[in-house]
Design a protein around this ligand. Structure first.
Ligand code: SAM
Length: 284
């Protein structure tokens, strides 16, 4: 039985020399903590490459990162190959301000021109067609009805080139329906995933991310998510209903300790584990 924390990754905050200041709630930026404890942009971009090689026998160049937040994945995508481009879409001006600060540090002048950041709603945004749209870290769970999620999926489909591929992730497992808190040590702080509320009638969940620090300080509810906990068959049916083809679940393999091994392969039968993360790949 494998158990994979919904918010995926395990990277460490790099130590800046021996005398690195100890992190505290007051001196930390919540977006830095999020990037270091949750996101694995390299793994995400590796997965895009894997999918394009497997399905189209080539690599993609132009992607759109929906719900881009600090646009970390877009930056990684652009740094990956010199002709890559990305469009990041997020409707929150505050997070986009942080995105622009990071972009200026992460990309050079040429690379910055390859990135377009749009402050817009993914339900209505109009962009040039891209090869892949990405919806990562379950951000689309914010759409709680079939009507709204279907509308989003339709808009994504129309934003893709003819052989385009939509890539999104999902989480689930028996523990995802349970109110629980679990923490993970990251270098310099502790990341806490708080599944605070679950309503079995609506499928609504409220999840929080808290950060705790060695000095006893804490950043409570640094991030909060009011989502519907969608299941894979529901998502797959809806993607097919709006016209996507070859909707495939990429299931994570398991290492000898029973933890996720970061390798995702197409599967038609999953595993009744307590917690899982999967990618969904849907072709236009
Ligand atoms: C969970 S964060 C995702 C951050 C990052 N992309 C990741 O993969 O971890 C969700 C982001 O989605 C944005 N968001 C939520 N609903 C949106 C919508 N309808 N249109 C655009 N952005 C939206 C929020 O502002 C927030 O920055």
């Amino acid at each position: 039985m494998s158990r994979k924390n919904p918010k995926k990754k395990k990277k460490k905050i790099p130590a800046k020399g021996k005398n690195r200041l100890q992190l505290t709630a007051a001196t930390s930026d919540k977006h830095d903590l999020y990037e270091h404890s949750v996101q694995d942009t390299q793994a995400e971009c590796d997965f895009i490459d894997q999918v394009w090689k497997e399905r189209r026998k080539r690599l993609a160049q132009h992607v759109r990162e929906d719900f881009c937040g600090t646009a970390a994945t877009s930056c990684e995508w652009i740094k990956r190959r010199e002709d890559n481009t990305a469009i990041g879409v997020d409707f929150d001006p505050a997070v986009l301000k942080c995105a622009h600060e990071r972009i200026a540090k992460r990309l050079d002048e040429k690379q910055i021109k390859q990135l377009t950041i749009l402050q817009d709603d993914v339900l209505t945004v109009k962009t040039k067609k891209v090869e892949s749209v990405l919806a990562m870290n379950f951000s689309y769970y914010i759409f709680k009805t079939r009507a709204l999620l279907g509308k989003y999926f339709k808009r994504v489909r129309s934003s893709l080139v003819d052989d385009g591929i939509f890539i999104l992730d999902a989480y689930g497992g028996s523990d995802s329906f349970v109110e629980l808190e679990e923490d993970r040590k990251v270098k310099g702080f502790t990341y806490v995933w708080d599944q605070h509320f679950y309503d079995p009638i609506t499928g609504d969940v409220t999840n929080y991310i808290h950060f705790r620090f060695p000095d006893g300080s804490a950043m409570n509810k640094a991030f909060e998510y009011h989502w519907r906990l969608w299941t894979l068959p529901e998502l797959r049916e809806l993607l097919e209903e709006v016209g996507f083809n070859n909707v495939t679940i990429y299931w994570e393999g398991t290492d000898e300790d029973g933890d996720g091994d970061g390798e995702f392969t197409p599967k038609t039968v999953g595993e009744a584990c307590e917690g899982w993360i999967a990618y969904i790949v849907a072709e236009k």
